[in-house]
Each structure stands twice: as C-alpha cells, then as structure tokens.
Design a binder for this molecule. Structure first.
Ligand SMILES: NC(=O)c1ccc[n+]([C@@H]2O[C@H](COP(=O)([O-])OP(=O)(O)OC[C@H]3O[C@@H](n4cnc5c(N)ncnc54)[C@H](O)[C@@H]3O)[C@@H](O)[C@H]2O)c1
Length: 359
C-alpha cells in the first residue's frame, strides 16, 4: 500500500511527554497501545512513579495505564521502533531575536527517523506549534535523510495542532475539536480515525498540512492582536482620565463587540506563536505590520501595571498597583523562549494580570 495504510493504526508513539504530550499519550492509551518517549530521564522516572510535575495528568489513571501495559514510557529510541503512528509534541520556542528555534523539533525528527519501519507504513504527525511549511519542508527531509526511507511511500506526514491550556479543566484534550491534516486524503482519514478516539469534540479535516499549521498560529495571533488593541485603548483612556472598564462595559452592550480585557497576555503560546507567523511572512517578503504591532504593544505590558476596576478596593484613582494572586505563568511559558523542558523554572508571581490565557 502506498497511500498511507488507510485507517489502520497498530500502535502509537508520543514523542515529548510535556504539557501536551503526556495528557495525549494517556488519552490515546484508552484506545491504542501507546509508548511515550522522552529524552528527559528524570521526567520518565517521575511519570513511572505516577507523578506528573505539570499536574496535567492524575496519579491514579496514569498508574492504571502503566500497570495494564496500555501505556509504556521509554527513554530509549530503540524501544519505540515499528509503530504505526508517531506524534511529535516537543517545544518550538523563539530565540532572543524572536525567531523560531526549530532545534528541538529537528532533533526529535532525527530520533523518530531511527524508529521508523516501512513495513508499518507509519505516519509521523506533528503537534508542536510551527509556521506553515515546517512539517513538509523541514521535518520531512530530515526524516527521509536520517531514515533512508521515502516519504509518501515508506512513511507519511501529518499535522494536528494542539489547543489545550495548562490548568484549564474544561477545554481538555478529550473535549476540544481537533484539526488534522495528512499529506494525502488516506493519511487524513487515518488521522481522523486516531483523533476521533481521543476527543468527543469532533475532528476537523483541514485541506492540507500547511492549512492546519497556519490555523494554529493565526488562532493565537488573532487573540494577541485583539488584546493589544484593548491595551492600546487603555493607554488612551488613561490619558483621557476615564476608566477602560467603564468604556468596555458600555461598548460590550453592542451585539458584535468583542469583550477583550486589557493586561498581559497569558498562557504558553500567545506571546510566542505570532512570531512564528511573522517569521513565515517575512520569509515570503511580506511585512507583517499588524502582527508585530500587536506583539510590540503586548510585550510592552510587562513593564506596565494594570489599573484596577473602580470600586475594586485597591488603590485610588490614578494608581496602577501590581495585581497579585494571579497564577504564575507555568514553567513552559518560559521554555517557549528558552527551550527548557517541562520542569523549567517558575515565573514571577507578581505583575500585570493576564488578559487572556490560551495555548
Ligand atoms: N503547553 C501548552 O499549553 C501548549 C498548547 C498548545 C500547543 N503547544 C505546543 O506544543 C509543543 C510542546 O509544548 P509543551 O508545552 O508540551 O512542551 P514541554 O516543555 O512541556 O514538553 C516537551 C517535552 O519534550 C521533551 N523533549 C524535548 N526534545 C525531545 C526529543 N528530541 N525527543 C523526545 N522528547 C523531547 C522534553 O523533555 C519535554 O518533556 C510546543 O510546540 C508548544 O508550542 C503547547
């Protein structure tokens, strides 16, 4: 068969067991034999003991999956050979100049290449957030070169963006709509079959891998821009001597006003993903003015302090106190800039309040 092993999935390897990979591996293990692979020996050891430092999976179901053999955790690539599907969920940070750093995903491709067995007709699916073209133009060639196998004959490519938010117990991996795309319709059908077992939220088959990659980065870039607009309005209302919250209360009585709030962007990805899109745009000779303006305004919020709502019991008019009590950004938000793994350092607990958290 050359089209992608229509609908058959023997077993799955999840590569990178962090905020995204671990909940996914556990959920997949309810329907498929799953091996989870991570290069962090400490992470593997903790997970084998039932402890998830990201607090995304609970001890009892993790230990149950491990005890039953439905889920195995590996740090040796040799133990992950011959699977029907590989799902890559490693970090894709930006560097100090806000350019996408694909080093970790490139290294993961080299590891996966050594695991591929053409007899299994494997599909390699990327869930890491990337700009359009990375799966096919960067990852595919690495997999081919390192494995000596031919894409489209011996193995196949797919992309499925992740949307979960760390700590969000409502929009979990088993409930949200999953966008999938394969390199041909048969691979897409295969991904629909896999992810259809994962989520009750439905699976959306995008028309191409590039479309699915683009969908992910524009989701978060759009949110970033909307928040940036309100942050800019807040600067104007401050100069006017009126409350941004009073203005928003009035404006949102209009049926189609989007109720964004001023503040820092939260979550793992909003402050990073737009740079993947702007990098892609610049590579195409397009100047991404709106995207970068949004980033500039929202990055600047780190040095500002959110003004309280009138009557909120905080300091009086004109004061801009630091609001406390917001959950510190999870470690991974740091790692999107540093490339550090799931156990990275904690962010400071003080500062302007997040205006939106999103994966
Ligand atoms: N965390 C989120 O909320 C979220 C949401 C949507 C999308 N994403 C995207 O998903 C991707 C993963 O993010 P994350 O938050 O799960 O990262 P993470 O840092 O929590 O976990 C990544 C894991 O990958 C492992 N790893 C790194 N290189 C590896 C390799 N070569 N082989 C095997 N394992 C390797 C690390 O040890 C770590 O355990 C990123 O592209 C991110 O943008 C994250």
């Amino acid at each position: 068969m050359t089209a992608g092993n229509e609908g058959t999935v023997a077993d799955i390897v999840v590569v990178g067991l962090g905020y995204v990979g671990m909940p996914l591996a556990l959920r997949l293990s309810k329907a498929f034999p799953v091996r989870g692979f991570d290069i962090d020996a400490g992470r593997i050891a903790e997970l084998r003991e039932g402890y998830d430092r990201t607090h995304e999976v609970e001890r009892a179901p993790l230990l149950a999956a491990l005890d039953s053999g439905a889920l195995r955790l590996e740090q040796e690539s040799a133990a992950c050979r011959g699977a029907g599907a590989y799902i890559v969920t490693v970090p894709t940070p930006v560097d100090a100049d806000n350019r996408p750093d694909l080093t970790l995903v490139e290294r993961a491709c080299a590891s996966v290449a050594a695991m591929l067995d053409a007899a299994a007709q494997p599909v390699v699916v990327f869930e890491s957030t990337v700009y359009p073209g990375v799966t096919e133009d960067v990852c595919g060639p690495i997999l081919e070169k390192a494995s000596g196998l031919a894409r489209g004959r011996d193995f196949f490519l797919g992309y499925s963006p992740e949307r979960i938010n760390p700590g969000d117990r409502e929009h979990t991996v088993d409930r949200i709509t999953k966008v999938v795309a394969g390199e041909n319709p048969e691979v897409t059908a295969r991904l629909c079959a896999i992810y259809g077992e994962v989520t009750s939220g439905g699976v959306f088959a995008a028309s191409s891998i590039r479309v699915a990659e683009a969908a992910k980065v524009i989701e978060n870039a759009q949110r970033d821009i909307n928040i940036a607009f309100i942050n800019e309005v807040a600067q104007i209302t401050r100069k006017l001597g009126i409350s941004i919250y009073d203005v928003l209360d009035a404006a949102k009585t209009k049926w189609n006003f989007l109720p964004f709030q001023p503040g820092m962007v939260g979550g793992h990805c909003i402050g990073v993903d737009p740079y993947h899109l702007s990098h892609c745009a610049q590579g195409l000779g397009h100047d991404p003015q709106v995207i970068l303006a949004g980033r500039s305004i929202n990055d600047g919020m780190a040095g500002r302090r959110a003004r309280p709502r009138a009557g909120a019991g905080l300091a009086g008019a004109g004061a801009w106190p630091c609001l406390q009590g917001e959950r510190a950004r999870p470690a991974q938000q740091q790692s999107r800039r540093s490339g550090r793994g799931a156990g990275g350092a904690r962010a400071p607990a003080r500062g302007p309040r997040p205006a939106g958290r999103q994966a």
